[in-house]
Each structure stands twice: as C-alpha cells, then as structure tokens.
Design a protein around this ligand. Structure first.
Ligand SMILES: [Zn+2]
Length: 411
C-alpha cells in the first residue's frame, strides 16, 4: 500500500495544519485548521475527500472544519471532548473575525452543519476509511488529543500535537510501533525546563507578588493551559479567580471526565476557583491574589481589562504561561515593555515574567518518542526549525522527510 501525501498547510510552519492522504479506496484529511494571526492564515483549499480525522481542538487544527462540511458530504472523526471544544472555538473565531473585520471563511450556520457531521471515536477504537483501519491513541497534548494509526500492510502514525510527559491535566503519550511516523516538531531544537521547577517558580513569584500587596494576572489559553494552572493553584492558599472562555472549557472537561488524568482533582480545582460571572465579580477579582484569564497572548478578551488596571502598579505582575508568537501583543510586551489596549500602545510598568507550561514534547522527548515508534521513515511537520530534529533523527539511522506545503510525497 502506498500513500500519496500532501500538506495543505502546517508543513514547514506551526499552525493551519491540513494533511491530505490518498490510500487505495480512500482520500483522507487529517486536521484542517487556521492560524489566528493578524491577518488570519488559512490552509490551501481542500479537494473533495471521503473522511476527515481531527487530532485535537486547537484552532490551528480544527478551525476550518466548517468550511469543509459546508462543501462536501463528509464525516469528521474525533473524540467527543474534541468535538465539543472544537465547536466552542469555531463559534468564538466567528465572533473574533467579525470584530477584527476580516472576511469570514464560514458562517455560524456552517458551524451548526459541522456539528452534525462529527462521528465519535474513543482511544483504542478503530474506524475505517476504504480498506484502511484507523486506530485512535492518546496524544497527551490536551484532553481528547488523538494520534491516528493507519493499519494496512504497513502502518503509519500521525501524531497531531504531542506531549510525552505527564502533566497535571493529561497523561503523556506512549510510542506506537509503526513503519511511517508523521510527527509534529514544534520544539525541534529546544527543550523545556523541568515542569516541577517551572511550577515551583510560578508559585514562588505569586507569593512574592502577594506579599508586596499586588495581584498576579496569569494570561492563559482557555483550552488546556487554564486547567493546568488551576490544578496547580488548587493546593495553594491563594484566592484565585477565573474569567473568560476557560469557564466553558472547564464545564466541557468535567462533562467528559474520561479524558483528563484525574477527574477528581479537576473537580476539586474547579470547586476552589472563583468564577467571574458579572461586573461586580470582575471588580472583586481585579483586587484578588490571582486572576487566570484569556487570551493567553494578550490579543483580546478580559485579560486586557485586568492588565490595564494593574499596569502602573509595581507591586503587581503579569505572569505569562505560554509561548508568545511573533506579532502577538504578549510578544510586544516582552520585547518593548509596551502593549496595545484597543489600538492604543501603552507602557506597562508592573513586573512581567514568562513561564514555560508548554503542552508540546521538547526536542529530546520527540527524539525518544520517534525511537520508541521505530519507524523506517519519519515525516516532520508543524515546525519552523525542523532541520535540527531531522539531523538528530538521521544520525540515529532514520530516513527523514521535510515536505513543504503543497509538495507531494509518497509513503
Ligand atoms: Zn495543539
């Protein structure tokens, strides 16, 4: 069985993933996302396919699914929790798009159509596409994140976004023996500090901020990162508040407890969290010990109001918990000490720090994972510095492919 492959997006870049695979009897698409940059970036238009597999519900993997289901009579296979979060993000992306004035790739009616096309798969279960069996495995990245194993004469594993170490929210992914490995490479060339050290440093900084009478604002992505931070704060003595989309994501994760590492601990964390539900609560939260809120890169959402309130207070701090992509408000703040509030650039005088709570495997973890899968061929995707990891993999004897978007290759 040969498989003809092409990246519609997300080959040599982090974002807008779409992997087209043509096997005998089935044309499959894995993920169809958008990069929520300014302006947004979309993958190449997808030709008709028979079936779509969604690895997980981050916008750069799921964001363009309504575009597909509005055009083609196709189903989208995913875990139930990925479906619910994906729908939430798609609806939100329409709202954000409308406020930024960019043309919409789809309407809210298209999102309704998309919802009806989802087909559930559970970890360990198999779905079929033509003569190919497709098995779902946990990818350890966020709850419900899936790796797909294509089982034929030769097997191919597609990782989607991958994390191999246990975090508080999800257990790490385990290697799957395969002949071809299509693996993400976001952190090619970079390793993360140990999670225990990062957690300790964040808690220490919150303590310092509170001891000097300030408030710690923790901007966090709603999906995954927010819950990871709440699980860390749950055993602390601080009063911590949550504002923004993370509240809805909490509810969805609690409704699908099988996808989190400990449903009990997540429930305890959510029960310990004060949620901002009205203006009165928002002003109370702004004076609390800790506020966890969106967006994680300061590009919009309630975080701007909280930061505006403390930006001239040297006792307070902004504690970033995720990578700040180029062009984001968070990156501007780190590089210049200024950030945008409703189009106006303002100086920020409070303390600003960054902590690495990444949900992606680091360089050495990717290398170990690939070795554990012991494939013949490895395709690296979803990375802008793929050559560094490719070099290390080749030194281990693997054949490595680095296809660019639009370049056809065969497995
Ligand atoms: Zn992701």
């Amino acid at each position: 069985m040969t498989i003809d492959c092409e990246f519609l997006g997300g080959g040599e870049e982090v974002g807008r993933l779409g992997i087209l695979l043509k096997c005998p009897g089935a044309k499959m698409l894995f993920d169809y996302g958008m990069t929520a940059s300014d302006p947004p970036l979309y993958p190449a238009a997808c030709p008709p396919v028979d079936i779509v597999f969604l690895t997980h519900s981050h916008l750069d993997h799921c964001g363009m699914i309504p575009w597909l289901t509005a055009r083609y009579d196709i189903n989208v296979v995913s875990t139930s929790v990925s479906r619910e979060i994906a729908i939430l993000l798609m609806e939100d992306s329409i709202k954000i798009g409308a406020s930024e004035g960019y043309p919409e790739p789809y309407t809210s009616n298209d999102v309704k159509i998309a919802r009806r096309r989802f087909e559930e798969i559970m970890f360990g279960d198999t779905s079929s596409a033509g003569k190919v069996q497709v098995k779902a495995h946990s990818a350890g990245h966020i709850p419900g994140a899936t790796m797909y194993e294509l089982i034929g004469k030769r097997t191919t594993l597609i990782t989607g976004d991958l994390h191999t170490l246990d975090t508080r929210l999800v257990a790490g992914a385990k290697p799957v023996k395969c002949d071809n490995l299509i693996m993400e490479s976001t952190y090619s060339g970079r390793n993360h500090p140990s999670r225990a050290k990062t957690e300790f440093a964040l808690l220490k900084k919150i303590e310092e901020v509170n001891n000097r009478g300030g408030t710690a604002i923790i901007p966090s992505f709603a999906v995954g990162r927010t819950q990871e931070i709440l699980l860390l704060l749950k055993d602390s003595r601080y009063e911590f508040w949550l504002d923004g989309m993370g509240k809805k994501v909490n509810k969805i994760y609690m409704a699908f407890p099988g996808y989190v590492r400990s449903a009990k601990r997540l429930r305890q964390a959510v029960n310990r969290t004060y949620e901002v539900r009205n203006v009165h609560a928002r002003s109370r939260a702004a004076k609390a010990d800790v506020v966890v809120t969106t967006s994680g890169m300061l590009d919009g959402g309630p975080v701007l109001g909280y930061v505006d309130a403390i930006r001239n207070d040297p006792r307070s701090a902004i504690l970033l918990t995720g990578y700040q992509v180029e062009g984001s408000n968070g990156r501007k703040l780190l590089e210049t000490g200024y950030m945008e509030f409703q189009g106006v650039s303002e100086k920020v005088d409070c303390e600003v720090m960054k902590f690495d709570f990444s949900a992606h495997a680091g360089h050495d973890e990717l290398l170990a994972f690939a070795k554990g899968c012991s494939p013949e061929k490895i395709v690296l995707m979803h990375g802008d510095e793929r050559e560094i990891l490719a070099g290390d993999l080749r030194a281990e004897g693997f054949e490595v492919l680095l296809p660019k978007n639009g370049e056809k290759f065969t497995l």
